[in-house]
Design a protein around this ligand. Structure first.
Ligand code: GLY
Length: 573
């Protein structure tokens, strides 16, 4: 095409020409207004642990739903497509930041049933009965996820409730094609499903599951219909509640009709702290995650991490030493704030955190046995899943939700088709006795009726200069806190983009046991040698966490990070 002088002077041509220049400069192709050529999106984004659920969230955003609408739809879709962690029989936490900067958090963590008591997992000699808090009907706390979603939607939702549940009903009723990961997880757990669920055939089949098999869950679809039509009463009252209580009676479980009726999610003020120029908005107790994350960031802030570099020995030593001290505090001071006076302000005092790091020296590792929870004046006394969602208005949602172990207690509610959590194991069954994550606790996290068990879930939102910067979270039990911490450092200190930051190899230490767990091939052998020579016990593991996160670039685009360790998927428009 030749451009003659006449066309250049033509106003229509000038507008077209300027538009092309604008799109080229902004990295955006005409016709794809939401996407630039770096795979970043302008209008909204969903990052979660299963492709079909990400698609559900994206569809809701495209229909004009906001981030909370999409979160509700994703939560129910994950209950179908990610049965090991997505759930309606568990609980979780949501951290919310509106486009105008207002923040809040929603606690829909499970609660101890009314008949729970401090010694419920101990034998007559006072010893913990193995697996009782994990794979029995007594392992389940009163589920919070459905009330959490109802409450989030009531406060912030835009689309109709029924429209948010419908995609999950379709996925459950028509089925969806399972991934290789899910096929393997289902095959791996089939024996336990059969043993713990006589007479039920949920998630099992003749022969082995294969990638691409269709998984249909008709009873679950019917349960969703109750929730679609009756909201919270569709779960906490009526036929579904009857089925839950019948299931409890069958296995000597504790959850009653009254427990279900009395369950209510709670809005709590976000826990807010600073790391350099960044504002960290995170989950307060009953999660330990937010406090621990802020303590960790403050512990390492004075040191030149950027100069030392990613996963180098000085960086790792500093982080491990901070983690030892923070997890020691967790064991003593963290619990449900509605039952226990958690000393949040004292734990986050900069002078206290500095004093905790004073015993760190470069000559040798500080043995965990020599570290005790700190003290301060005035003090009286896999699996989980995460999704990050942002919308066109800049509203951001960070949700971590869990059944605790993979597939929770592995016990289904007969007739209702969903799995029950085994969150009671997150309480301290006995002071000093480790739970399934090796975490120890005491009075602050002792079992009481109506109390929420301590969590490590750390859904977090980061702000810079008053603007949204990052939405981040992960599953991984006790490793959640350190995975979120390292992902934030990867972006802020080590200049990684969002995808690199979630994919980067991680390491973890939690005071007890006294060791440092490193992802396979995550740290070079020279660095491992240097750490060992200073007294650090190194163990390797296949993977730590599955972080799903979104970064907002300074140009206003959303850049996703979907963890390659799983089926995690990012979708935007
Ligand atoms: N169930 C894992 C956690 O909440 O930390």
């Amino acid at each position: 095409m030749t451009i003659n002088r006449l066309e250049i002077n033509n106003p229509k041509f000038q507008i077209l020409f300027l538009s092309v220049i604008f799109f080229v400069l902004s990295g955006c192709a005409p016709g794809q207004l939401g996407l630039n050529n770096s795979g970043q999106y302008r209008n909204g984004m969903v990052v979660c642990a299963y492709p079909d659920a990400a698609q559900v969230g994206l569809d809701i955003l495209k229909k004009g739903g906001n981030a909370v609408d999409a979160a509700v739809a994703v939560q129910f879709a994950l209950a179908v497509t990610l049965p090991e962690a997505g759930n309606i029989g568990g609980g979780g936490f949501m951290v919310y930041r509106a486009g105008n900067g207002k923040t809040s958090t929603l606690d829909f963590r499970e609660k101890g049933p009314g008949a729970a008591n401090v010694n419920m997992y101990l034998d007559s000699a006072g010893n913990v009965i193995p697996n009782m808090s994990l794979y029995t009907h007594k392992a389940s706390g009163v589920p919070g996820s459905v009330d959490g979603m109802v409450e989030a939607h009531r406060k912030y939702g835009k689309l109709k409730w029924a429209d948010l549940i419908e995609p999950a009903i379709k996925l459950a009723r028509n089925g969806f094609k399972i991934t290789k990961h899910l096929a393997s997880d289902l095959n791996h757990t089939a024996g336990q499903f059969r043993k713990l669920n006589p007479g039920k055939n949920y998630l099992v089949k003749e022969g082995e599951w294969k990638e691409g098999d269709l998984l249909i869950q008709e009873d679950l679809a019917k349960t969703f219909e109750q929730i679609r039509d009756k909201g919270r009463d569709g779960f906490y009252d009526g036929p579904v509640a009857d089925l839950i209580v019948d299931e409890m009676k069958l296995g000597n479980g504790l959850i009653t009709k009254a427990d279900l009726k009395n369950y209510h999610a709670v809005w709590r003020d976000a826990l807010v702290g600073k790391y350099k120029d960044y504002k960290i908005i995170t989950m307060p107790p009953p999660s330990s995650g937010g406090i621990a994350l802020l303590q960790l960031l403050k512990s390492v802030e004075p040191y030149p991490l950027k100069r030392w570099g990613f996963n180098q020995d000085s960086t790792m030593r500093l982080i491990v030493e901070a983690e030892r001290r923070v997890y020691a505090d967790r064991s003593k001071y963290l619990g449900d704030p509605d039952f226990y006076n958690v000393p949040v302000d004292s734990l986050l005092q900069p002078a206290y955190i500095t004093s905790r790091m004073k015993s760190f020296n470069w000559d040798a590792a500080t043995p965990s046995a020599s570290i005790q929870p700190g003290s301060f004046v005035g003090y009286e006394s896999d699996q989980t899943t995460h999704y990050s969602i942002v919308d066109r208005e800049g509203n951001a949602v960070s949700v971590t939700t869990t059944l605790n172990d993979s597939f929770g207690s592995k016990i289904f509610v007969g007739g209702a088709g969903f799995l029950l959590n085994n969150e009671m194991d997150d309480f301290s069954s006995k002071p000093g006795v480790p739970n399934m994550y090796g975490l120890v606790g005491g009075k602050a996290n002792s079992i009481q009726p109506g109390k929420r068990m301590l969590s490590s879930m750390t859904p977090t939102i980061v702000e810079k200069d008053g603007r949204l910067f990052m939405v981040v979270g992960t599953p991984g039990g006790s490793t959640i806190i350190t995975s979120v911490f390292q992902t934030i450092l990867n972006v802020i200190e080590f200049n990684q983009n969002m995808q690199q930051a979630v994919a980067s190899k991680r390491f973890h230490s939690q005071w007890l046991p006294d060791e440092v767990t490193i992802e396979k091939d995550g740290v070079d052998s020279t660095t491992v040698g240097k750490l060992q020579s200073k007294g650090y016990k190194i163990v390797t593991t296949k993977s730590i966490g599955r972080v799903d996160a979104i970064l907002k670039t300074k140009w206003g685009y959303y850049e996703g990070g979907a963890d390659p360790r799983g089926d995690d998927t990012k979708m935007g428009f």
